[in-house]
Design a protein around this ligand. Structure first.
Ligand SMILES: *[C@@H]1O[C@H](CO)[C@@H](O)[C@H](O)[C@H]1NC(C)=O
Ligand SMILES: *[C@@H]1O[C@H](CO)[C@@H](O)[C@H](O)[C@H]1NC(C)=O
Ligand SMILES: *[C@@H]1O[C@H](CO)[C@@H](O)[C@H](O)[C@H]1NC(C)=O
Ligand SMILES: *[C@@H]1O[C@H](CO)[C@@H](O)[C@H](O)[C@H]1NC(C)=O
Ligand SMILES: *[C@@H]1O[C@H](CO)[C@@H](O)[C@H](O)[C@H]1NC(C)=O
Length: 416
């Protein structure tokens, strides 16, 4: 047993030094200089009060709450950390979420600190550019002759334009001022086929002027090997104030999100559901407080943190959201194309297969100025490429509706 362990250790050391060499070579070959990378890492990874190594490979740094990346944002230099809104108090239950956070088996962060997943040099090297690190690509609209069922299309005369390189299947609600939304999101680990592809199951809350000009706060799970370095399913949060053009990012990979809770972003979540086997879900929600901040919570009202009001426009999300979407999105240069990517959405199975096979969201709720949590009044389901990723809202009298979405991409015989 001991010899075995030593051998493993030796192998590991050998592997580590080889891969170190590989990184160095790559670093020199890439467009970003060593100095730029070092500076970026220093900016992203604040000095840790304590470091926890998770058994799934992630490193979690416990950072002084007042020294977190958010304070690097020019609008947040003198920001005062906000109190947890009252509607979260009294009903918190961390144990409902702890099961999903493997790292917590290896320790916890001391009081006054918050857990942040450490960014490594190799994470930056995988990014197209240092500026693009941690960000969804900007939306680019292309002319389409195909009929596409999406609220993201724009019209110009008789021409229809659709977003390039992203494909969505979702349920939306409009018609009110929304000040919160949540759902239980079924957890799966869909296949990601191409190194730059990623696939999400998430909630969007948006405000603005149509598909080209909006602000958005988002959360759910994602498989994104380019960003995180592996194919595991991870909890994520996202924000933008200019429809992904130049602001916002995943998690805390740029200054903006103020972390307050003991749930880390970007961490792998477990367990994963199995086809015709056990089903697991996580509750995710985003809620506005009177001051215009948007709070992210998971599980039973466990706040992760918030996006400060100052990030948003006065008539935008600082005021309310005008559109809420629940569903999946595949980002790939090979969607809406032939041959299509094989990257899957949801469970990788079509929505029509429903419980135990398709990915679901249930207990969809919105909050409006009445302060009540309600199932949305006006809903629409949409699939931009129904033959690749489909939707199916299962509504039965007297029962909680269940929204199913997803598909296998090109592995479906109907997908080009
Ligand atoms: C918290 O959730 C767990 C798991 O669902 C449950 O067993 C426990 O009773 C809850 N605790 C409280 C205080 O609600
Ligand atoms: C429209 O559909 C055809 C056939 O599926 C495909 O070849 C073409 O790339 C699509 N175009 C756009 C812009 O989506
Ligand atoms: C709309 O079409 C007109 C005429 O074809 C063109 O000049 C203009 O640039 C188009 N606008 C956009 C936003 O594509
Ligand atoms: C992710 O999965 C794909 C498809 O199975 C595989 O080709 C790729 O190597 C995996 N990437 C990582 C980083 O494990
Ligand atoms: C979309 O993908 C194509 C490759 O097919 C690429 O040339 C283009 O830059 C991408 N667009 C965006 C906005 O990322």
């Amino acid at each position: 047993m001991k010899i075995f362990k030593v051998a493993i250790l030796l192998l590991w050391v050998l592997f580590a030094s080889c891969s170190q060499l590989a990184f160095n070579v790559e670093a020199r070959a890439s467009s970003h200089s060593d100095r730029e990378i070092e500076a970026k890492l220093k900016l992203l990874n604040k000095p840790a009060v304590k470091t926890i190594k998770s058994e799934d490979g992630d490193i979690i740094d416990c950072i002084d709450i007042y020294k977190q990346p958010a304070f690097d944002h020019p609008a947040l230099k003198d920001h005062t950390i906000q109190k947890i809104p009252e509607f979260f108090l009294g009903s918190q239950n961390l144990s409902t979420f702890q099961a999903f956070q493997t790292w917590q088996k290896s320790g916890s962060c001391p009081e006054g600190t918050i857990p942040i997943r450490r960014i490594r040099e190799e994470d930056l090297l995988r990014a197209k550019s240092l500026d693009q690190f941690g960000r969804k690509p900007p939306i680019h609209f292309v002319k389409s002759t195909n009929t596409t069922n999406s609220n993201s299309r724009i019209f110009n005369g008789s021409d229809v334009y659709i977003p390039e390189n992203r494909s969505k299947a979702y349920l939306e609600t409009v018609g009110y001022n929304f000040i919160g939304a949540e759902a239980d999101i079924n957890v799966w680990n869909p296949r990601v086929d191409l190194p730059d592809d990623f696939t999400t199951a998430q909630i969007w809350l948006k405000a603005g002027n149509g598909p080209q000009f909006f602000e958005s706060v988002e959360a759910g799970w994602v498989v994104n090997p380019k960003l995180y370095g592996d194919n595991s399913t991870r909890l994520f949060a996202y924000w933008t104030t200019d429809s992904y053009k130049s602001t916002g990012c995943f998690d805390v990979t740029c200054p903006g999100f103020v972390h307050t809770g003991q749930v880390a972003l970007g961490i792998a979540i477990k367990p994963i559901s199995h086809s015709r086997g056990s089903q697991y879900d996580i509750n995710v929600g985003m809620f506005w407080d009177e001051a215009g901040n948007w709070w992210l919570k998971v599980g039973k009202n466990m706040p992760v943190g918030y996006w400060p009001a100052k990030l948003f426009g006065a008539t935008g999300l600082r005021h309310s959201a005008l559109l809420v979407e629940w569903g999946g999105q595949v980002h790939s240069t090979m969607v809406k194309k032939n041959p299509h990517t094989r990257t899957a959405m949801g469970s990788g199975d079509v929505a029509q297969h429903r419980w135990g096979e398709a990915c679901f969201m249930r207990n969809l709720r919105i909050k409006d100025y009445s302060q009540q949590l309600k199932y949305p009044a006006i809903i629409n389901t949409r699939a931009e490429e129904p033959y690749c990723y489909s939707v199916d809202n299962d509504v039965k009298d007297g029962q909680e509706p269940i929204f199913y979405f997803g598909g296998p991409g090109q592995q479906s015989p109907y997908c080009p």
